[in-house]
Design a protein around this ligand. Structure first.
Ligand code: BG6
Length: 276
């Protein structure tokens, strides 16, 4: 961990072959990018602030990530967020939210965990909001969500069934795809690059792009930036996760990229992993 020129703490993960990942720790405001963590609520699906309070908090280094083994390499970091007295006023449940972040030459792995340290059960939603950098969103296809049901947040959360062979983008999108497979591919034709998202414990996938009008209304997004971004989240939204006292929930997400040799229709995890 280092302090930058503005004295903000930064966590930088290094991996021997040269990959890096960096997080800037600033209180009270989520970054429009990276992987903000939505907890204990997704979007406005409840009475808390949009996407819950966790993404706006300053996390700490977690020195006791048990039962995971201690992280003993420069490419892994464990972070923790504990409920504060202030949080308890709006969400009266004592929790520990942990995340292990590991970077390697071929993938970024996130292991989120939530532990109930209260004396009564609680339920929550969870999402890893992945901001993918793409060359041109109107040339991107997302595979793995076809034929699935989704809630359309642009249509008062009405439920629809996806009819397209793959998801493509020509306007604002704000959906939660339900009970998705564990692998989703985000295929960037122009960059000849495919992101492969593999997830466990988070059955849903939210897809968001604000498009031109909403991008203009977002103060922290440039007017044209919607063209080069796409959010595809690993999420548990439709069925809230429930924890009894002392119980812990654990999810897992792996992000990797493969080159353009990975084409539509090859969503076979073994092929994808061997090609990395
Ligand atoms: O601007 P935020 O809080 O990061 O959220 C972006 C969008 O995220 C979507 O998932 C929500 O359904 C939208 O309502 C929201 O506008």
């Amino acid at each position: 961990m280092i302090n930058d020129a503005n004295r903000s703490p930064r966590i930088v993960l290094y991996e021997p072959t040269g990959s890096t990942a960096e997080a800037v720790l600033k209180p009270n405001k989520a970054i429009r990018g990276g992987i903000p963590i939505c907890f204990p609520q997704f979007a406005n699906f409840g009475s808390l602030e949009q996407h819950g309070f966790a993404r706006n908090k300053l996390w700490s280094l977690d020195n006791d990530p048990s039962p995971l083994p201690p992280a003993n390499s420069q490419s892994t970091v464990d972070l923790i967020l504990r409920s504060t007295e202030e949080d308890l006023k709006t969400w009266p449940h004592r929790f520990e939210l942990r995340i292990r972040i590991s970077v390697s030459a071929s993938k970024l792995t996130l292991i989120p965990r939530v532990r109930n340290i209260d004396n009564k059960s609680f339920s929550f939603m969870f999402a890893l909001r992945n901001y993918f950098s793409v060359s041109d969103v109107s040339e991107v296809r997302v595979e793995g969500l076809e034929t699935l049901d989704y809630f359309d947040n642009l249509m008062q959360r009405e439920r629809y069934t996806e009819q397209a062979d793959a998801i493509t983008f020509d306007g604002e999108i704000d959906r939660v795809y339900l009970s998705t497979p564990t692998k989703i591919a985000i295929i960037d034709h122009e960059k000849k690059r495919t992101f492969v998202l593999r997830k466990e414990g988070m059955p849903d996938a939210a897809v968001w792009n604000p498009w031109d009008k909403k991008a203009k209304a977002l103060p922290d997004l440039g007017d044209e930036d919607y063209k080069t971004m796409l959010c595809v989240d690993s999420a548990a939204i439709e069925t809230a996760l429930i924890l009894k006292p002392c119980e812990e929930w654990k999810g897992r997400q792996e992000l990797s990229t493969v080159s353009s040799s990975y084409c539509s229709g090859q969503l076979d995890p073994r092929k994808v992993l061997l090609a990395v």
